[in-house]
Design a protein around this ligand. Structure first.
Ligand code: S3P
Length: 171
């Protein structure tokens, strides 16, 4: 089984992917971590500062292509993967794509608790515009949508497990 979690910054993709991988006995993979490890830089923010968003998106696409044929994994993606049709083609290949939906207010609250504010969440007005532009894209690519506002991590994991159980076997 290949499971791919998509959603806006602050939607809890990493924690949920870790929990889900453990629950389902699958390997956890974090795309941002892969990108960071191959970059030799200290943070995603540093990649944006030094190389620019365009280069980051190119590396993000290459990373998605490496993950195209992976099986028995839960992949946590960066919030911007839905901006590229090619990136999504590789990620969604033989996968269950799960959109972790939440309100902008809750996303902003979560992001403000992070040690490092993501580069595209420095300005709240710009982040809100990005959120609105991306919502239809997350919905377009999702096989499963989980509304994560006001429910616990355990409840999110349970809902995903139930919905995956009703999906196509073997994927
Ligand atoms: C981005 C989200 C980040 C990271 C990069 C770009 C985006 O990941 O990939 O800063 O465009 O939304 P998270 O969604 O894990 O914060």
């Amino acid at each position: 089984m290949k499971v791919v979690l998509i959603g806006f910054m602050g939607s809890g993709k990493t924690s949920i992917a870790k929990g889900l991988a453990q629950k389902l006995g699958l390997k956890f993979i974090d795309m941002d971590e892969m990108i960071l490890n191959s970059s030799g830089m200290k943070s995603i923010n540093e990649i944006f500062d030094q190389k620019g968003e365009k280069t980051f998106r190119e590396v993000e696409l290459e990373t998605a292509q490496k993950l195209k044929d992976k099986a028995n994994v839960v992949i946590s993606t960066g919030g911007g993967v839905v901006g590229s049709e090619h990136t999504m083609q590789s990620l969604s290949h033989n996968a269950h794509v799960i959109y972790l939906k939440l309100s902008f207010e809750n996303a902003a609250k979560r992001v403000s608790q992070k040690k490092l504010r993501p580069p595209l969440f420095q300005d709240i007005e710009k982040a809100k515009k990005l959120f609105e532009a991306r919502e239809p894209l997350y919905e377009k690519y999702a096989d499963i949508i989980i509304d994560t506002d006001n429910i616990s991590l355990d409840e999110v994991l349970n809902q995903i497990e139930v919905k995956l159980g009703k999906g196509i076997n073997g994927r």
